[in-house]
Design a protein around this ligand. Structure first.
Ligand SMILES: CC(=O)N[C@H]1[C@@H](OP(=O)(O)OP(=O)(O)OC[C@H]2O[C@@H](n3ccc(=O)[nH]c3=O)[C@H](O)[C@@H]2O)O[C@H](CO)[C@@H](O)[C@@H]1O
Ligand SMILES: C=C(OP(=O)(O)O)C(=O)O
Length: 444
């Protein structure tokens, strides 16, 4: 297992490009199951979840190849397999996105109940209810969703749940409904840009979906979809993570390939906190994090509000803003595993219900911390970059699921971060409590 060793306290400076969005690329890759024609995808990041999706699609009869120009080529070569095995599906949530396209195109699917980040209760009842409304027969057998339908039928359905709509659920139902006979209307559809991007890809293949990006989708069913070429949108979560990294280290960074219009709530919140963002030509943005940071209250809600996937990073940032901040997560109210790890670095933060209460302004000090999920890992790396002294961030396999060459790109910005094997010998001597170079001794 790998870990990061980080020497904190260096302001990030320079320019890097944001990758294509993981959470758009994965359902789009899955939807390549819905056509017999070839799909070419540009902007698919090279990260563990994408490799897992490629491996899963291969078991489902799709040839997947990374071309020399970096594009991903997908083509169905065998339409018979319809079983998405536990071994691959358990590794990430987005695997469940094969269910809708398989059912719509092949009329049957057996998909293991999905895994994904351990960030709270993650049922798929809304996905299943939506597919049932289209006429699918659905059973849970030995941990698998077993779905069958001769021909799906258009219907009016409602995808709202207790915490808003469902992102992957909307992807699943939309990708199945493109083949349903007649018209489907989805109310309370997720409006996230990643869902819209999937819809654009399906429409480019010949689907007839309108209302993308709004809570009401209308889908007129078609008999077949053609192959197409599509460019995945930039990753708004990675962009936000890098913006916060610049601010936490009091640095100045320019990011390329940013869709600021996909991240208005995050941008406004960062400005309220004191980070200066200046749009530049051709999708670039300059981030100036050298000014004073102010406390703020943040609430993670479905799009267009602050995304839950940026909640942990904002929590890290606000530990550096003098005063009291409250960060609330209404999408995944239990997504606070990073809080106790940040406290190990000296952050004055505690969890209260669905919120983290932060008494910010204390400098963080290097420590050994453990990542619990994807965005918590990113937040801990950001905290380590800002801390005095060295830190070790363990279990970074979580981070590798969703960030492409994260430490290399941080190094391009001047960060001192190394990937090493997690062995006692690789833990810096300064992290031993009695070490002469431990931060407290330095201060003394
Ligand atoms: C691969 C991917 O795109 N993952 C994202 C997707 O996850 P995912 O699609 O799993 O998240 P959902 O939008 O489905 O979940 C939102 C809320 O709805 C609840 N719910 C969901 C489905 C369901 O059938 N029943 C139900 O009650 C969930 O428990 C949660 O409280 O959206 C989340 C919310 O923006 C992000 O954090 C994830 O990064
Ligand atoms: C939670 C995430 O991913 P997943 O839904 O795959 O667990 C994420 O991307 O932050």
């Amino acid at each position: 297992m790998d870990m990061f060793v980080v020497q904190g306290g260096r302001p990030l400076r320079g320019r890097v490009a944001v990758s294509g969005a993981k959470n758009a690329a994965l359902p789009i890759m899955a939807a390549a199951l819905a056509t017999d024609g070839p799909t070419t995808l540009h902007g698919v990041p090279d990260l563990v979840d994408v490799r897992t999706m490629a491996a899963l699609l291969q078991t489902l009869g799709v040839a997947v190849e990374r071309a020399e120009d970096g594009s991903l080529q997908l083509e169905v070569v065998d339409k018979r397999p319809a079983i998405a095995e536990y071994e691959l599906v358990r590794r990430m949530r987005a695997s469940v996105c094969v269910l809708g396209p398989l059912l719509g195109r092949r009329g049957r699917a057996a998909v293991s109940l999905p895994g994904g980040c351990n960030i709270g209760h993650r049922p798929i009842d809304l996905h299943l209810r939506g597919l049932e409304a289209l006429g699918a027969d659905i059973r849970i057998e030995r941990g698998y969703v077993v779905a069958r339908a001769n021909r799906l039928k258009g219907a009016s359905l409602y995808l709202g749940g207790a915490c808003g709509s469902t992102v992957t659920g909307t992807c699943n139902v939309m990708a199945a409904a493109v083949f349903a006979k007649g018209t489907t209307t989805i109310e309370a559809a997720a409006c996230e840009p990643e869902v819209e991007d999937l819809g654009r890809y399906l429409n480019a293949m010949g689907a007839r979906i309108s209302g993308l990006g709004t809570p009401t989708l209308r889908i007129d069913g078609v008999d077949r979809l053609e192959g197409t070429t599509h460019t995945v949108i930039p990753d708004r979560i990675e962009a936000a993570t890098l913006m916060i990294a610049a601010a936490m280290t009091r640095g100045e960074v320019t990011l390329d390939n940013v869709r600021l219009d996909h991240m208005t709530a995050v941008v406004r919140k960062l400005e309220e906190i004191g980070v200066k963002l200046q749009p530049q030509p051709e999708g670039a943005v300059h981030i100036d994090g050298t000014g004073p940071l102010r406390p703020a209250d943040c609430i993670a809600l479905p799009y267009p509000a602050i995304p839950t996937d940026v909640q942990a990073q904002l929590t890290a940032l606000l530990t550096q803003a003098e005063g009291i901040s409250v960060v609330t997560d209404k999408v995944f109210p239990d997504r606070f595993m990073h809080v106790s790890e940040m406290a190990r670095m000296g952050a004055r933060v505690r969890r209260e219900g669905q919120s983290a209460i932060i008494a910010g302004g204390e400098p963080l000090s290097g420590a050994s911390v453990m990542a619990s999920d994807l965005r918590a890992s990113a937040a801990l790396v950001l905290a380590a970059l800002a801390a005095r002294g060295e830190s070790v961030v363990r279990r970074i396999y979580h981070l590798d699921r969703g960030y492409e060459r994260f430490e290399e790109r941080l190094r391009m910005l001047g960060a001192d971060i190394r990937r090493v094997v997690d062995t006692p010998a690789n833990v810096p001597a300064s992290l031993h409590p009695l070490s002469a170079t431990a931060p407290e001794s330095e201060a003394a």
